[in-house]
Ligand binder design. Structure first.
Ligand code: ATP
Ligand code: MG
Length: 361
C-alpha cells in the first residue's frame, strides 16, 4: 500500500550547519514528489531522515499517519535508491534482486515470483544469471531500481539515481521510472539538483534553498507563479531575466522604470499602495525582437548566439544591467553578434518581486 509522508517542523543541524530548517510538507499517497535545489541545500539530509538513517534534531516525520521518529530503518517499509548504488559484484542479477527478500525470510516460491515480476517490469529477464560486471551502466541502474521495487515498499526514496548515466540513458531511464511509478501507484520522493528532471518527473516539486522550503507546487504552477526570485531563477532554462527598478505613478496607472527602460504595468500586477524598489522578471520566451526605436523595447548589443535548432537563444548586453538578457527567438531569426537590437517584453507575462525580500508581489 502506498503511504503518505509528512514533515512537521523538521529541523536538522550538524554542529553549526543548519541543514534542514523548519520543514513542513505533506506528500500524498501515490504522489511523485521531486525535491530539488542547489548542492548542499539539504535534499539528501531530508531523505535520510525519512529513511531513518539520520535522527531529527526537532520536529517529526509521519509515514502513513504514524510518527516514525526513532523507528529503525528496517521497520519503516521504505526502499531507498542512492546515487552511488552498490550491487553485490559476486552475486548474479537474480541474487542481487533476491537479497533483501531472503534477509526478510520471504518464502522461496514468493521470492521466485517477485523477482520474475520485477525482472519482467524492468526488462531484465534475460540477464538474471549475469554478474554486475557483465552489464552496461543502464542495466546496472535497472538492477539497482529492481532491488528496491522487488520489496514492494510503501515509499520509494530516490537520491539522484540517474546521475551515473550518460545523457541519452538518463533521458530513457527518467521515462521508465515515471511509467513504473504510475504502474505501481507508489509514493516516490525523488531528489535531484536538475530542474529539467524535476519539471518532467514530478507530480509536484518542492524547491529547497539553504535548508529552507521555498515552494511546493505542480511543475506548471511553479513555472508560471514562482513564489520568489530564487524559485523564478532556479526553475527554467535559460533563467528568467530580472530587472531592478522602481514602480512609479504614471497618469492613472503605474509604470516600471529602470536605466533605459520604462513600461506601463497592467492594473492588478502591483498590489495597491506598493511603490518603490521592485524586481521585474520576464522569461526568455516572453521577449521578442522589436524596432530599435520602439519605446517599449529594451535596447542592447548582441553578445552571444546559441542556436539549438528548435530555438535561438540570444544574449544581449543592456546598459545599466548586470549580466546578459537572454531571449528565446525563432531559429530563423537573423541577428549578428555585435549588432544593436531591441527586445520588447510581453507585459502580460511580467513577474514582479519585492526588491528587499525577493518575494512575489
Ligand atoms: N554528516 C554530516 N556532518 C556534517 N555536515 C553535514 C553532514 N551531512 C550533511 N552535512 C551538511 O548539511 C548540508 C546539507 O547537506 P545535504 O547532503 O543534505 O545536501 P544536498 O542538498 O543533498 O546536496 P548535493 O546536491 O550536493 O547532494 C551541507 O551543508 C552539508 O555539508
Ligand atoms: Mg545530496
Amino acid at each position: 500500500m502506498p503511504a503518505s509522508v509528512s514533515f512537521e517542523h523538521v529541523n536538522k543541524t550538524f554542529g553549526d550547519v543548519h541543514a534542514v530548517r523548519d520543514l513542513t510538507m505533506e506528500i500524498d499517497e501515490g504522489e511523485f514528489l521531486v525535491l530539488v535545489g542547489p548542492s548542499g541545500c539539504g535534499k539528501t539530509t531530508a531523505l535520510r531522515m525519512v529513511a531513518g538513517l539520520e535522527d531529527l534534531t526537532s520536529g517529526s516525520i509521519r509515514i502513513a499517519d504514524e510518527v516514525v521518529n526513532g523507528r529503525e530503518p528496517r521497520d519503516r517499509d521504505i526502499a531507498m535508491v542512492f546515487q552511488s548504488y552498490a550491487l553485490y559484484p559476486h552475486m548474479s542479477v537474480f541474487d542481487n534482486l533476491a537479497f533483501g527478500l531472503r534477509q526478510r525470510k520471504t518464502p522461496d516460491d514468493e521470492i521466485q515470483r517477485r523477482v520474475a515480476d520485477t525482472a519482467a517490469m524492468l526488462g531484465l529477464e534475460d540477464l538474471l544469471a549475469r554478474k554486475p560486471r557483465q552489464l552496461s551502466g543502464g542495466q546496472r541502474q535497472r538492477v539497482a531500481l529492481g532491488r528496491a521495487i522487488v520489496r514492494r515498499p510503501n515509499v520509494f526514496l530516490m537520491d539522484e539515481p540517474l546521475s551515473n548515466l550518460d545523457a541519452h540513458l538518463r533521458l530513457r531511464t527518467r521515462g521508465e521510472i515515471v511509467t513504473l511509478q504510475r504502474q505501481l501507484q507508489t509514493t516516490v520522493i525523488y531528489v535531484t539538483h536538475d530542474q529539467v528532471e524535476a519539471m518532467t518527473m514530478g507530480t509536484r516539486i518542492a524547491v529547497l534553498n539553504q535548508g529552507v522550503l521555498q515552494q511546493v507546487d505542480t511543475p506548471q504552477h511553479l513555472y508560471d507563479h514562482p513564489a520568489n526570485v530564487f524559485v523564478a531563477t532556479f526553475i527554467g532554462s535559460p533563467a528568467m531575466n530580472l530587472f531592478s527598478g522602481e514602480v512609479t505613478a504614471a497618469g492613472e496607472g503605474l509604470a516600471f522604470s529602470a536605466t533605459g527602460m520604462r513600461f506601463p504595468l497592467a492594473p492588478g500586477l502591483v498590489p495597491v499602495g506598493h511603490t518603490g524598489a521592485v524586481i521585474l522578471g520576464f522569461r526568455p520566451e516572453h521577449l521578442r525582437l522589436t524596432a530599435t526605436d520602439d519605446p517599449l523595447g529594451v535596447p542592447g548589443e548582441v553578445t552571444l548566439l546559441e542556436p539549438l535548432g528548435s530555438d535561438l537563444f540570444v544574449s544581449v548586453r543592456v546598459a545599466g544591467h548586470e549580466g546578459a538578457v537572454v531571449a528565446r527567438l525563432a531559429p530563423e531569426t537573423v541577428v549578428r553578434v555585435g549588432e544593436r537590437i531591441a527586445l520588447a517584453p510581453d507585459l502580460s507575462k511580467a513577474h514582479l518581486f519585492a526588491a528587499d525580500t525577493g518575494a512575489r508581489l
